[in-house]
Design a protein around this ligand. Structure first.
Ligand SMILES: [Zn+2]
Ligand SMILES: [Zn+2]
Length: 235
């Protein structure tokens, strides 16, 4: 399956749940010559409903989440900060290569940031590169959640190590895919838990298909010759 895709997109495993184990070597896929090829399962980096919903659809989801738990104006953190951000909750099932939506809730921006590794990595990288001031969301984990400086540093180091490992995996997988040594398939997405907010099966399928489109586009991009490293390392 080949699709045109915007340049510069990256394929990365899911950020939440399964963490670093998200890129996996699957069972061998049959080929014309019966020679088994490894299968790599990939999921886009920011693979969430917010990435595929229109502003109107996002607003509707927010309204449904509020209706499902009326009166929720405060986050569950110690200071009960104002819950202003709609936070998607996902889980990963690595053995099935499935990313599963489990629900959504309003949270404060700080807790939202803490729960989203891709956002955290963006922050760490920006702080490293530009020496910018600490964003309020990051301050929150010390000021409200009471983390020590050492705990924050441990989180940062782990996030950046995960980030580096993902990039290395990505290069290896792209190379293997482009040389035909491996095949690449997308993770599947399960947004069935949207039913709790009144969505129909058709609506849920539509959101899932949009997310799968993103996954297939990114895989097509990784297979495109113009992104290939032109020679193999041993040549
Ligand atoms: Zn909070
Ligand atoms: Zn708080």
């Amino acid at each position: 399956m080949r699709l045109d895709t915007a340049p510069g997109q990256r394929i990365l495993p899911p950020e939440r749940g399964a963490t670093t184990a998200a890129i996996q070597r699957g069972s061998p896929a049959p080929t014309a010559t019966d020679a088994p090829r490894p299968v790599y399962y990939l999921a886009p980096r920011r693979w969430v409903l917010a990435a595929v919903m229109s502003p109107h659809e996002w607003h509707e989801l927010r309204a449904q989440v509020i209706a499902a738990s009326p009166g929720t104006t405060r986050c569950s953190c110690p200071a009960g900060c104002p819950a202003t951000v709609l936070d998607e909750q996902w889980t990963s099932v690595p053995e099935l290569h499935v990313k599963r939506f489990v629900g959504a809730a309003l949270r404060c921006p700080g807790c939202h940031w803490l729960g989203d590794q891709s956002r955290r990595i963006q922050t760490w990288l920006a702080l490293k590169a530009r020496r910018r001031a600490e964003p309020h969301e990051k301050q929150h984990i010390r000021d409200c959640l009471g983390w020590t400086r050492k705990q924050v540093k441990a989180l940062r180091d782990r996030d950046l190590a995960d980030h580096a490992a993902r990039l290395a995996d990505l290069v290896r997988i792209e190379t293997a895919a482009q040389t035909g040594e491996a095949s690449v398939r997308p993770w599947q997405v399960d947004a069935g838990a949207l039913r709790q907010y009144g969505y129909s099966d058709d609506e849920i399928r539509s959101f899932e298909m949009r997310m799968m489109d993103i996954a297939w586009e990114q895989i097509a991009h990784s297979n495109r010759p113009d992104t290939a490293r032109n020679s193999r390392p041993d040549e």
